[in-house]
Design a protein around this ligand. Structure first.
Ligand code: SAH
Ligand code: SF4
Ligand code: F3S
Length: 442
């Protein structure tokens, strides 16, 4: 029997901020059951892996962690091993075939069932709880947020877009906007706990409210409400779907002083035929027009993006259009990846798959292009004074080195005599590399 004294929990989180936010919910639910989080898996008697299936490499990583934990369990059979997240949602009890030492599998819709599932493990050898509709919380619950300056707050779950390469609509289900009152209550609670920045989360965060009858439920109005919370200094939102950014949203970001000038708007490719086959609902021209509109409204805004190389059928010329859009836009940061066929998605079944070699070679070329773009974008901060929210500190040679982010989400390092954690300060930038900016407090 596990006593309260030795209920130690370790969570490994793979994947996007949604998963990281879910892990904070999982930690909170289990803390209410007497579990204590540990950073060392060897100390834990409950090991949870929150998985991602966006690409094959992410899925493989999950099973390789489980392999290591399986060996630990052979030495100590009392350990319980749990798999959740996007791989679990799809694989269900097939997980037991590949990793027979797993005790519990639960899906992305079943997080609120976790406390009772863990209790049931006392009487059952193995359990699998994966439903296609979300199990709602049965009572009040706590989220155990990682300590820090910035807190994630999910506002919309799932996705309705079904891009032909993407697994997310299958692992996270249909789009569901949370009620504004629930979000605001959580935002107040975040402020009460001392966080200074709120990052609103959603796979298509700017579609917030599109599934509600009330047209007043939208991201712009939500930002206005969160803006009123006194102790919150900054607000961000990710990820935006290009076609859902409205003029009203742009205007709102411009007008609200706490909302940072930062848009993460994945374009995926710069060629219209590829975009069409991906079932993205915009053209290259519309994307460029959108970015120009945002920049016209907020000249120093950061625009970041995601790209996929070697989507089925992508020709060399089409790929060059993707390189071209990077030159044309000059992005502030980009996530890039080679296309990975995902089971159940349409593009995985198409005949015109691109070889691994070409996908990789294009990825390298794309990454070189992205580097040029990011250096250019960082250099625009040289010799300017910029507002930084201090998020981290370390001591080096008896000096305090602080770091934080600009409103445009650029990382800045600088020295300080004082601990300024959680404060907004002004820094004069005198160095710009690809990774970060450096400067002096003013
Ligand atoms: N909702 C966001 C992206 C979510 S997934 C959007 O619509 O833009 C995060 C990123 O993973 C995507 O932007 C895409 O670039 C990448 N991705 C998704 N599926 C992929 C796949 N099958 N292979 C490679 N990259 C993929
Ligand atoms: Fe995936 Fe497309 Fe939805 Fe983004 S919009 S989560 S890429 S299906
Ligand atoms: Fe991965 Fe699931 Fe996020 S597939 S990217 S963890 S929504």
């Amino acid at each position: 029997m596990t006593t309260k004294m030795n209920k130690k929990l370790y969570i490994e989180t793979l994947g996007c901020q949604m998963n990281k936010s879910d892990s904070e919910l999982i930690a909170g639910l289990l803390q209410d059951e007497g579990y204590q989080l540990t950073e060392d898996p060897r100390q834990a008697n409950l090991l949870i892996i929150n998985t991602c299936s966006i690409r094959a490499t992410a899925e493989d990583k999950a099973y390789s962690y489980l392999g290591v934990w399986g060996k630990m369990k052979r030495a100590n059979p009392d350990i319980k091993i749990v798999m959740c997240g996007c791989v679990a949602q799809q694989a269900k009890d097939d997980v037991f075939k590949r990793a027979p030492y797993v005790d519990l599998v639960f899906g992305t819709h079943n997080i609120h069932q976790l406390p009772e599932l863990i209790k049931s493990l006392d009487n059952e050898d193995r359990l699998c709880a994966v439903t296609t509709t979300p199990v709602e919380p049965s009572s009040d619950y706590t989220v155990k947020r990682q300590d820090g300056i910035s807190a994630w707050l999910p506002i919309i779950e799932g996705c309705d877009y079904f891009c032909t390469y993407c697994i997310v609509p299958y692992t996270r289900g249909r789009q569901r906007s949370r009620k504004p009152e629930d979000i605001l209550r959580e935002a107040e609670d975040i402020a009460k706990h001392g966080f200074k920045e709120i990052i609103l989360l959603g796979q298509t965060v700017d579609s917030y409210g599109n599934d509600c009858d009330d047209p007043d439920i939208n991201l712009a109005n939500l930002l206005k409400e969160i803006h009123k919370i006194d102790d919150i200094l900054r607000i961000r939102f990710v990820t935006s779907y290009p076609a859902d950014i409205t003029d009203n949203l742009i205007e709102t970001v411009k007008n609200l002083s706490k909302v940072c000038e930062y848009f993460h708007i994945p374009v995926q490719a710069g060629n219209n035929a590829v975009l069409k086959r991906m079932k993205r609902r915009y053209t290259r021209e519309e994307y460029i027009e959108l970015v120009n509109k945002i920049r016209k409204s907020m000249p120093n805004v950061s625009i970041t993006s995601d790209f996929i190389t070697g989507f089925p059928g992508e020709t060399e010329e089409q790929f060059e259009d993707t390189l071209g859009i990077i030159d044309e836009i000059v992005f502030d940061h980009c996530n890039t990846a080679a296309y990975s066929p995902r089971k159940r998605t349409p593009a995985a079944t198409w005949d015109d798959q691109i070889s691994q070699e070409v996908k990789k070679q294009r990825l390298n070329r794309l990454n070189d292009k992205v580097k040029e773009s990011v250096i250019k974008s960082n250099q625009r901060f040289l010799n300017t004074t910029t507002e930084v929210l201090v998020e981290n500190k370390k001591e080096e040679n008896n000096k305090i080195i602080l770091s934080g982010r600009t409103r445009e989400n650029k990382i800045v390092h600088f020295e300080s005599e004082q601990d300024l954690m959680g404060r907004l300060v002004n820094v004069q930038i005198n160095e710009a590399s690809i990774w970060c900016l450096k400067g002096d407090l003013t």
